[in-house]
Design a protein around this ligand. Structure first.
Ligand code: HEM
Length: 522
């Protein structure tokens, strides 16, 4: 049972062509000899001619995202992107936004590819203005020359990223977390069993429980500790409960600060003041746990090093570990939690897909209680294809972006430096011209030796972004989702017996409503 929404808007588009409703991208008319040459195209159209909603005098286009009077709701951004494509074509300009550069939506995956491949050694992702302000102004004293990767650009970003890249992405290090993530997941499944009501269903706020699982996983990776978020009956003033509250605040309010009219840039609104307090609390937690890891490392005799220990052992600066932990927690909590809400919803509402996953797990893990190993995970091709297919059809991060660092011709228009490009993967991943049988949910398309007619354009669905700036937590994210599915589906069947949920953007793209899954023993 697929969620309503984008399908209806995109399903009817034929492959490889644009429809009459979408104006032709001038790139198709300008007979470019080669994609690269397009950059210097002399016959490019001026930026001013690019189609898009017309700005109003003085207030530009920002009003379109305001409550009540605005025509676009933040919660409906995924649908809005699809509408922009339908109405204006492959390249759409949203200009005159108060307090921020113009946005240009690129719906042409070949053009997305060209931008990514030419982005140079220090790609600029326009993201999280509140975090930029917090790191570079409010807490300049703490971050100084080591501000991390999120909201940091140029050489400062490159220097930090090059120092943390290896420990975060090395497959061998990530694999050493299979056991710890499995332990956390076992506790979560135990809690799920205890939480069942008399119909065997999860409570209305089950998404909150998913957040606790993801916090516990991230704490294990970024802080080298078990935070205790999955303990029953947490007192309101306990550290785990405070971390959960702080994470929830970040999840619910950052979208409002970032996507609506940015009043906080001009006056310290109550929401902004709360945001700063919240961030200060995260710094406190990170500092405390990394200091403890440092003490443990000093007395450690042998054994494999964790990510945190590796960084502490290899780098002379403890600040690096504090700041990395903060970035991983800030970016990791929402993304993985919302991806898991979406994954479990799709699993519960697609019983035939779940049966196939179970068959794979029964084969790979004949003994339900056998601890998971890398060898087991390597064989879970269908389960991994399932995760990729959820992220293609319901891209948790609805799109990625890049600020142009030089003028560039895209879709036949000369776009000036400074404009923010948006690659709406939630739309392009579902376009019939980029994925065979795009509106069908087919995990098989991601497996080896699949039918080539099911191929997906490699730049149409990029859930973790691309290139030097690609998601730093992607290997951990995949590991956590694969372990959760393996443990859950091997032992239980997940069902959903309520009206279908709609997908909405609350910063991330996920099903909106009560996730009252029914958990049934196999
Ligand atoms: C399913 C879950 C996740 C999705 C879909 C996701 C997606 C993304 C995307 C699209 C980007 C931008 C990449 C680019 O600009 O090319 C990103 C960046 C990032 N992600 Fe993830 N992410 C996920 C989970 C995580 C987790 C669990 C962590 C931490 C453990 C994490 C840490 C980061 C960091 C630190 C960056 C910034 C990298 C940089 O700017 O150098 N992500 N993620």
């Amino acid at each position: 049972m697929a969620a309503r929404g984008l399908r209806g808007l995109l399903g009817a588009r034929p492959r490889s062509t644009t429809t009459a409703t979408a104006p032709l991208c001038p790139r198709e008319a300008v007979q470019d000899a080669a994609l690269d040459a397009a950059e210097d195209a002399v016959d490019a159209l001026p930026y001013e001619q690019m189609p898009g909603p017309r700005p109003l005098p003085l207030i530009g286009n920002t009003w379109r995202l305001l409550p009540v009077v605005g025509q676009y709701q933040v919660s409906d951004l995924a649908r809005v992107s699809a509408l922009l494509h339908q109405q204006y074509g492959d390249c759409v300009k949203l200009s005159n936004l108060v307090g921020r550069p113009d946005l240009v939506f690129v719906f042409d995956a070949d053009e997305t590819e060209r931008v990514y491949r030419h982005e140079g050694p220090t790609p600029f992702r326009p993201a999280m203005p509140c975090l930029v302000s917090y790191k570079s102004e409010v807490r300049k004293d703490f971050f100084g020359y080591l501000a991390g990767v999120v909201g940091v650009h140029g050489e400062a970003w490159r220097e930090f990223r090059s120092r943390v890249q290896r420990p975060c992405l090395q497959p061998q290090t990530v694999r050493s977390y299979i056991g710890p993530i499995e332990d956390v997941t076992n506790c979560f499944l135990q809690r799920m069993q205890e939480m069942r009501d008399d119909r065997g269903e999860m409570p209305a706020d089950f998404d909150n429980e998913i957040h606790k699982w993801s916090l516990e996983c991230i704490g294990r990776v970024a802080l080298d500790t078990r935070l205790g978020c999955l303990d029953a009956d947490l007192p309101p003033d306990s550290e785990p409960q405070k971390i959960i509250d702080a994470a929830k605040f970040a999840l619910r309010n950052v979208a409002i600060l970032e996507l609506k009219f940015p009043f906080w840039r001009y006056i310290p609104t109550p929401l902004w003041t709360h945001y700063v307090r919240n961030m200060n609390f995260f710094i406190e937690v990170c500092t405390k746990h990394i200091d403890r890891a440092m003490e443990r490392l000093a007395t450690k005799q042998d054994g494999e090093l964790s990510v945190v220990e590796r960084i502490l052992a290899e780098q002379s600066d403890r600040k690096l570990a504090y700041v990395l932990a903060l970035d991983l927690i800030l970016v990791g909590i929402d993304t993985i939690s919302m991806a898991v809400c979406s994954i479990l919803y799709q699993l519960a509402t697609r019983p035939d897909v779940q049966d196939k996953m179970y068959a794979e797990l029964e084969r790979v893990l004949p003994d339900t209680d056998e601890p998971l190993t890398a060898r087991h995970l390597d064989q879970l091709a269908y389960t991994k294809g399932f995760v990729k297919e959820v992220l293609r059809m319901y891209s948790t991060v609805i799109g990625n972006g890049r600020t142009l660092q030089r003028d560039m011709t895209i879709c036949g228009y000369r776009i000036p430096k400074g404009v923010q490009l948006v690659f709406p993967t939630v739309v392009t991943g579902n376009m019939a011209r980029y994925a065979g049988r795009a509106d069908e949910f087919l995990p098989e398309r991601w497996m080896k030796n699949h039918d080539p007619s099911l191929d997906v354009h490699p730049f149409a669905s990029l859930p973790y972004g691309y290139g030097a700036r690609m998601c730093l937590g992607r290997r951990f994210a995949d590991l956590e989702m694969h372990v959760l599915l393996a443990k859950l589906v091997r032992k239980f069947r997940l069902e959903f017996h309520h009206p279908p949920l709609d997908y909405q953007v609350t910063f991330m793209y996920a099903p909106e409503g009560e996730l009252r899954f029914k958990l049934v023993e196999r």
